[in-house]
Design a protein around this ligand. Structure first.
Ligand SMILES: *Cc1c(COP(=O)(O)O)cnc(C)c1O
Length: 390
């Protein structure tokens, strides 16, 4: 099957990232691989077996649709946790399949208990505590009622975890707010642990917290973006480098320990000449001031290549950076080949990743477009084939 472009996912880069993260985690803390947003654009079906090869056995998704896909992709030795939206039928499915899920309201806890009783298997839940993100989470005032429901129905519900989510661990500006969250979480969870039958896992950390705040690691660390080789923010990267480099001098020399596991590539679809004085592509956004040789690639904004990169972005051809000329179209982008005279139809074009010594980073995308790394990644359409490479 011909496809306009392909996303390669590297097993060896993933191995390096998982090793780094395991070495960073405090003893006793288990790595939970967050694969929401189609595994941050990498493809749930392709990513899950690759992570399992690195002995990852705990996965987290955001909703029921992702849960069904992850469950199919997973071996029966792995555990799946759903952190967000589910309806009653998917909660029933979760109970039947021992998939755990977050409870952030009394109503959801009641649904879980009812379904656990009907099915004859305990619902496996994580109590999400409101500690200051003010998004979802059980309020402190709701906890006595929640505890009563749990302790009265041990055959219908089992608490596997107590958790919360930080309000922006990727920025030091949020430090005070997050320390307040930690303090509240510790106080409230300690109270709950005294009453709940064990074992119960405590979990709060996302990638940024794992990388820079060891005191947040606890029993389970929910790692998303870092396992794919991306820093949650530039600030997280600098903070990590400063924290781990022995001296300031070393800091300047430290190589980025994370490896991007994704490489997005296509090929030159056509080549033609444009003479000086003509406009290239729609409208009058690029006037050829000299004779040009241009290439078209079968990738446009439909495929997640941002329109903001019109007249601005680059791709790699024959190991060299080649500029985007004119507007990015829905399914086509035009590249200037004037300085790469030997390029030919069918040549590999790298949109994100390395080619020879050159690299186009997702970060360079996001800087140019004011999109977050996270946002660029999850916009990669699900129908681009993902293939595993070494
Ligand atoms: C997305 C998410 C994570 C992972 O965040 P990263 O910054 O990608 O590591 C952890 N916990 C929750 C609740 C999330 O929604």
């Amino acid at each position: 099957m011909h496809s306009g472009s392909t996303i390669e996912i590297s097993q060896s880069a993933l191995k390096k990232n998982i090793q780094l993260l395991r070495n960073t985690l405090s003893p006793g803390s288990t790595l939970c691989s967050v694969i929401k947003g189609n595994a941050y654009g990498h493809g749930i079906e392709q990513f899950v077996p690759m992570a399992e090869r690195e002995k990852v056995r705990h996965f987290a998704v955001a909703n029921d649709n992702e849960a069904y896909r992850a469950f199919e992709a997973m071996s029966d030795r792995s555990h799946l946790m759903v952190m967000g939206d589910m309806d009653a039928s998917s909660i029933a499915w979760a109970v039947e399949n021992k998939v755990s899920f977050w409870v952030f309201s009394l109503q959801r806890l009641k649904t879980a208990v009812d379904l656990g009783r009907t099915i004859g298997e305990p619902a496996l839940v994580h109590l999400e505590l409101e500690t200051g993100l003010n998004r979802t989470g059980l309020e402190e005032a709701e906890l006595p009622a929640a505890l009563e429901l749990i302790l009265d129905n041990p055959e219908a519900v089992k608490v596997l975890g107590i958790c919360t989510h930080f309000a922006g661990a990727e920025s030091l500006a949020n430090y005070v707010r997050i320390e307040h969250q930690m303090k509240d979480f510790k106080r409230i969870s300690t109270g709950l642990l005294e009453q709940l039958p064990g074992p119960v896992q405590l979990h709060t950390a996302c990638s940024a917290a794992v990388l820079n705040w060891p005191h947040t690691h606890m029993d389970l660390a929910r790692i998303g973006i870092a396992q794919y080789g991306f820093w949650p923010s530039e600030e997280t990267r600098i903070q990590y480098m400063l924290r781990t480099a022995p001296t300031q001098d070393d800091f300047m020399k430290v190589k980025d320990p994370l490896r991007r596991i994704l490489r997005w590539k296509t090929q030159i679809m056509d080549i033609k000449k444009v003479t000086a004085g003509q406009f290239i592509s729609y409208g009058m956004h690029y006037l050829a001031k000299r004779n040009h040789r241009i290439a078209t690639i079968p990738v446009g904004y439909y495929h997640g290549f941002p329109r903001k990169l019109s007249n601005y972005g680059h791709v790699l051809i024959r190991g060299k950076k080649a500029p985007v000329v004119g507007m990015v179209n829905m399914n086509i982008t035009i590249i200037d080949l004037t300085d790469i005279p030997h390029a030919a139809v069918g040549d590999e074009v790298v949109i994100i990743g390395r080619q020879g010594k050159a690299e186009i980073t997702v970060t360079s995308f996001s800087e140019q477009t004011s999109l977050l790394n996270y946002e660029v990644l999850v916009r990669l359409p699900a129908d681009i084939p993902r293939i595993k490479v070494r």
